[in-house]
Design a protein around this ligand. Structure first.
Ligand code: SF4
Length: 341
């Protein structure tokens, strides 16, 4: 389904600038953006996947991962085809890279914003997550859905690589309550050569989303020999700590995938080392993901150090939230940062 992409601007050159993400594509008639789902047709930029969901699931919110956002709740999760990145290790490449690898073909099941909200309510979800592929490439679809969701009392989550423009974040901020943003590396070369993107816009988006009052959690997938040196891990931790030491940091294990089949799985020792570095840099909430380890997946009160949210088993499978209303620690009354009601 095609829909006008209103996050765009006509340039004096006659080209159209897409203002959704920091790829800043300038497109002529008939051209597609890097994401493969935005195209100039009859002089207008159009979003080709509006109302066309390529992946739909009901997930524990912990699986996004969002650990300080309505714990133990369900997130109605939706994604389309297309992505503005081309990560060689993409876990969802079948949908994210689909248009680029199938001659601009678009696929998906018809699902209007209204139906998404209705399904979410029918299935007792407390939030809608825009996930699986990069949500900023289907910005207008997410915006309309998120606005409707808020009217019905649901919250909204962006699971993103952090390439949103400031203009996009300004428009999203009233409706997007939480974001999980990847900081995939602290090295621009990694972003350019492995992801087809750049580091600086990601760091700017993290800061700006935080300043706009969106609850932000960070994820880093650690890949052996690519982004797992002590120095790089410490630089990411320092960057987060300088914004807010209560911003959660999820350290995730890599598994060989897509075009990166020659790199082994991340050893547990690397995840534990990164966890330690995060703590040394003053981060209050560091988590290890993609392995079952309750000690490293649970939340501890930064004040009294007691375990206040237990997480065991596969992510989201077993969660016991001991916090009182508004995230208050039951042992010492410290307020755990996040969105808890
Ligand atoms: S959303 Fe797509 S078309 Fe727009 S700037 Fe990003 S990659 Fe280009």
């Amino acid at each position: 389904m095609s829909h006008i992409a209103w996050l765009s601007k006509k340039l004096s050159s006659g080209k159209i600038l897409c203002q959704a993400c920091s790829q800043s594509c300038k497109l002529e008639e008939g051209e597609y953006g890097i994401c493969g789902v935005r195209k100039v047709e009859l002089g207008e930029l159009r979003l080709l996947v509006y109302g066309l969901a390529a992946a739909v699931n009901i997930d524990p919110v912990e699986k996004k991962p969002m650990f300080h956002f309505l714990p133990q709740s369900r997130a109605f999760s939706v994604g389309t085809v297309g992505c503005n990145f081309s990560c060689k290790f993409c876990q969802n490449y079948e949908i994210s890279q689909y248009p680029k690898e199938h001659g601009h073909q678009i696929i998906g099941q018809e699902l209007s914003p209204k139906r998404i909200v209705e399904y979410a309510i029918e299935n007792k979800c407390e939030s809608i997550a825009y996930t699986y592929n990069e949500p900023i490439v289907f910005f207008e679809y997410t915006y309309d859905t998120a606005k409707l969701a808020h009217e019905k009392g649901l919250k909204n989550i962006y699971v993103t690589s952090g390439f949103e423009t400031k203009k996009a974040i300004d428009l999203l901020a009233p409706y997007i309550d939480g974001m999980n943003i990847d900081i995939k590396s602290f090295n621009d070369k990694f972003y350019r050569e492995i992801c087809g993107a750049r580091l600086k816009p990601v760091l700017e988006a993290v800061k700006y989303a935080y300043e706009k009052g969106i609850w932000v959690e960070i994820t880093t997938l650690l890949i052996q020999g690519k982004n797992d040196s002590d120095e790089e891990i410490r630089n990411i931790a320092k960057f987060i700590a300088q914004i807010d030491t209560s911003m959660p940091w999820h350290l995730s294990a890599f598994h060989p995938m897509y075009k990166m089949l020659d790199v082994p799985c991340t050893p547990e020792s690397t995840l534990h080392r990164a966890y330690q570095i995060g703590q040394e840099e003053g981060l209050k909430y560091v988590y290890v993901g993609n392995i079952d380890d309750e000690d490293y997946e649970s939340t501890y009160c930064p004040s009294c150090k007691k375990r206040v949210i237990d997480r065991r088993g596969h992510i989201g499978q077993y969660v016991i939230n001991k916090l009182k209303e508004k995230g208050i620690c039951p042992y010492c009354s410290y307020r755990i940062e996040g969105i808890f009601d």
